[in-house]
Write a protein that binds this ligand. Structure first.
Ligand SMILES: [Fe+2]
Length: 165
């Protein structure tokens, strides 16, 4: 989580975003995997209605707990809730978290390509986010796992020609 936070903070600096926006990014980073290693009963308590696959409960659970703890920022909550699957309606918080989580330097695979994408993010975040999603979705498909509906909509939002994004 420290490496994800450092990457997001570096992007915020390079992109010249205001302090309050940088703090939104960092809140999402610190919250997103807070329950990744929580016992099943705790995940169930916070996210009983979330999709069943074991690895997909900790985002919704962390968002529900953050909300109960007083987090009211919709962009931060959506970033945390959907960080494993993607969301078409994300603002920059969700987009930064999704990209930084994948591009942080501690992951063992494709180190040079991911470092290059991380360097490019501040200048070309839309293209880099699409590339990160392409790689993450390719991995899901190659693993034979189902693509959830929010993931499909997220991908389509990234590849549809829309001047507003
Ligand atoms: Fe996670």
């Amino acid at each position: 989580m420290q490496r994800v936070a450092e990457l997001a903070a570096a992007w915020a600096e390079a992109m010249g975003v205001p302090d309050n926006e940088r703090h939104r990014w960092l809140r999402a980073v610190w919250l997103h995997d807070a329950l990744r290693d929580a016992p099943a009963e705790e995940l169930e308590r916070w996210a009983s209605s979330a999709p069943a696959p074991a690895g997909l409960k900790h985002g919704p659970a962390a968002a529900a707990r953050a909300k109960a703890d007083g987090e009211v920022d919709r962009g931060v909550l959506d970033a945390v809730r959907y960080h494993s699957v993607g969301l078409a309606e994300w603002d920059m918080v969700g987009r930064v978290l999704y990209a930084a989580d994948f591009l942080e330097p501690g992951r063992p695979f494709e180190k040079e390509q991911r470092a290059e994408l991380a360097r490019r993010f501040p200048a070309d975040s839309r293209a880099v986010l699409r590339e990160v999603a392409r790689r993450r979705l390719a991995h899901i498909v190659a693993s034979g796992w189902p693509l959830l509906e929010p993931t499909v909509r997220f991908w389509n939002s990234l590849v549809s020609p829309s001047p507003s994004r």
